[in-house]
Design a protein around this ligand. Structure first.
Ligand SMILES: [Fe+2]
Length: 393
């Protein structure tokens, strides 16, 4: 591997690269201003995103295709799409330079076709303020999953402290290297990711965009750039990602999102498909955010829909920086602890649906879903398991 050329503390970055050896076969970072990382656009594809260094030509190999020259623009992010991701079939992505040196190579393990076999993913949130802590947690997460690979990592929002500042995103990407080069990120918009965002002047205009520009540059997905909500559909379950930043969205868009959600729930109900939903603002939490307008809107308007559908079994949130698990009317709610953000210091209060709480822990969780059960284990900053549960379906 050639000399590294990074934007953040080189010690952090060197430590980040080290765990890649076993999972990402090759990485030559001299060829990139922003090294390749993976994001999830939809159920069927993974996207590889990077910023190239210098004028050299790059060539992309997608599964068994031949090498294709990549069109890149000077100083702009490049996005490459994988071939269609099918169950039981691995995805192979390779980037070469013009001398046929391999710059990036990765084989993503497939998700099972058989719904009785587990689909695995990780859940983190609030990477936010401290890239060093994020990087330390990232290495713990990678260590935890190295022997049983996951399919993606949900980031529950507040991905950076100030979403309008480019450097916050490049720091985030550098700190995320241990996992973002080997597992795709499923990004969720938090309130900090919206900092500095000014909504469209004309919400009716065809080019009106309701999601933040800098977020879209690094983690935006073509299909959800406009609204920030989307669904990933698998044999084992459906994941619905919502944009809960209601103070930043016109009422019309919130209603549109609700109508879309109703349809997605109905489709799942018709085929008795388990649904997991993730969004940033926790409806059930033991701090003052319980009384926030978004939490209240979810408890009053959205959760009745989720309960009525009968298919929603698990809801994953962030925002509170306080690990907590609650159960209400057959739906389990898990709020992640921070994964880079500061610990919660707000006064605690009673949440009457609470089953578990760990106020002083940074956390990540591993979820395994089959047609019969959902199993979740949560770990702290010492990689000790702090909570686990199983839901029979
Ligand atoms: Fe937040």
């Amino acid at each position: 591997m050639k000399k590294l050329n990074w934007m953040l503390n080189p010690l952090i970055i060197f430590a980040s690269i080290f765990p890649l050896v076993s999972l990402s076969e090759t990485l030559d970072s001299d060829s990139f201003k922003i090294v390749p990382y993976l994001i999830k656009k939809n159920s069927n594809q993974v996207h590889l995103r990077f910023k190239k260094e210098g004028p050299q030509k790059l060539y992309f190999k997608n599964n068994l295709s031949s090498l294709i020259e990549v069109t890149t623009k000077e100083d702009e992010m490049t996005t490459l799409s994988s071939s269609i991701q099918k169950c039981d079939k691995p995805l192979r992505l390779t980037l070469n330079d013009e001398k046929e040196n391999i710059l990036y190579k990765r084989t993503l393990e497939p998700f099972p076709c058989d719904p009785q076999k587990a689909f695995s993913f990780a859940f983190i949130s609030d990477t936010q303020k401290n890239p060093e802590k994020h990087n330390k947690m990232a290495k713990l997460l990678l260590d935890r999953v190295k022997d049983s690979p996951i399919n993606f990592i949900i980031n529950g929002g507040d991905i950076v402290q100030d979403g309008s500042v480019e450097e916050k995103w490049t720091s985030f990407l550098n700190a995320s290297v241990p996992y973002s080069q080997v597992f795709p990120i499923v990004p969720i918009l938090g309130n900090h990711d919206y900092w500095g965002h000014v909504g469209p002047e004309d919400a009716e205009a065809s080019d009106a965009n309701f999601t933040p520009k800098v977020f879209n540059k690094y983690l935006g997905l073509e299909s959800d750039n406009k609204y920030g909500y989307y669904a990933l559909d698998y044999p084992q379950f459906k994941l619905i990602v919502l944009n809960s930043n209601f103070p930043k969205l016109p009422e019309k868009i919130i209603k549109q999102q609700m109508e879309w959600t109703k349809k997605e729930l109905q489709k799942s109900k018709e085929k008795s498909q388990t649904v997991i939903i993730s969004f940033h603002h926790a409806p059930f939490t033991s701090n003052i955010f319980y009384y926030g307008p978004v939490a209240i809107a979810f408890r009053n308007k959205w959760i009745p829909l989720f309960e009525e559908s009968g298919v929603v079994k698990l809801i994953l949130n962030g925002h509170s920086h306080l690990y907590e698990r609650s159960l209400k009317n057959g739906i389990m709610y898990v709020v992640s602890g921070p994964f880079g953000g500061q610990k919660n210091w707000l006064p605690k209060m009673n949440n009457y649906h609470r089953l578990a709480m760990h106020p002083d822990k940074d956390t990540f969780s591993i979820v395994k879903v089959t047609s019969k059960s959902i199993n979740m284990e949560s770990f702290d900053q010492n990689n000790q398991m702090i909570d686990s549960f199983s839901i029979d379906l």
